[in-house]
Design a protein around this ligand. Sequence first.
Ligand code: FAD
Length: 396
Amino acid sequence: MIEFTEEQKLIKQSVSEFAQRKIAPIALEMEKNKEIPQDVIKGMAELGLLACTADPAYGGSGLNAVTAGVIAEELAKGDCTGSTCVFYLVQAAWGFLLNKYGTEEAKKEIFPKATAGDWFLGIATTESGGGTDVVGGKTNIKKDGDFFIVNGEKMYISGVREAATNGGGHITIAHQTPELGSRGMTVFYLPLTAEGITPTYIEDLGREGISCGGFSIDNVKIPKHYILGEENKGFYIIHEGYEYARALIAVICAAAGLKSLENGMNYAKERKVFGQPLAKFQEINFRLAEHYTKLEMLKRLGYEALRAIDLEQEGKGNRFETSKIVAMAKMFASDWACEAINDALQWQGAFGYSRECPDQAAWRAVRSFSLAEGTREVMKMIVARELLGKELISYK
Ligand SMILES: Cc1cc2nc3c(=O)[nH]c(=O)nc-3n(C[C@H](O)[C@H](O)[C@H](O)COP(=O)(O)OP(=O)(O)OC[C@H]3O[C@@H](n4cnc5c(N)ncnc54)[C@H](O)[C@@H]3O)c2cc1C
């Protein structure tokens, strides 16, 4: 297991205290109200958690990926609904991308608002016609003097209401040179308050404290300083953001699963059946041992994936190795966490099936991660590609 630095240990402790004191007691209520209260968002901002990967020069905390993982882990333990985890992880991962590839002008405009919790910074690549297959999307971007004009739509996007109502926007991808396929796509920041954006909303199964929705993009004009990196290189750039998010998700799934196992274990130690604690039965304690082992392995792999990202930023890593270890970490993250939480619910009997049980919310939240930021199947494709070579990949 990675040895945390003194600074990381301090951050871990303060985020843990914040999550247990400010988030855990209101987590289920937050889902009912379908929003994260402002004082929680402001508290996260005061601790420097929002878009924490941005440079201090723009209001960020300049944290590396492992430290971002430490925060994600503590939020996942405190928020059974996963809502603040999503609010946090999306901004940490895509803030990293904006910090690395964004222009000075864009960073000076966006980060001070995002790090203060006033704006939301999201990611919008999925379209109704293209999710896994990003190139299958139809959204297009055209140069118009010093501006760009964008047309199309995005769907199943986290944080649409937050950005469209309070301010902020999403990092987006579109075809600039359609005949070049993946080699003709450009990544840019799209403010959701811009004229020509019309949001729609979806009722999700879980993590309901943060919205999910889509938006149509009708002749939206953006300045050229919103482009990230080189034009037509977006397909390659965007994968660094996905990978950051995926590694954080692995840690979040492990932490959420371990927290539910702890709840289930405490119940099984207290609850007496046939004259003895439920935990004494091998059916329970063998499953506990198996889930615990898998989730601890997952957590360690998640941190290794985050470390690979850090090494790459320090010029010591390898792009393909990073992609592989990140995909390995995310591949079973949701499945293993869901299986563990499902058993923890079972051990808690009828209470486990009630809305009062925090673990049912955790199950609904971690279930989303077999889809969001890249599906389980895509993770398998990436690992297989790195093992077999590009000529044998299944999606060509
Ligand atoms: C709660 C939630 C929040 C989300 N938030 C965001 C967000 O903020 N921003 C954003 O851009 N997107 C977001 N998404 C969308 C998510 O990234 C997509 O759902 C995902 O990429 C899959 O795309 P799709 O839904 O179009 O499924 P499809 O691409 O249509 O795939 C359908 C199924 O087929 C599988 N599949 C596809 N190709 C293959 C293959 N070659 N071999 C085997 N199986 C294959 C997929 O894994 C999937 O299981 C979110 C999704 C959810 C559920």
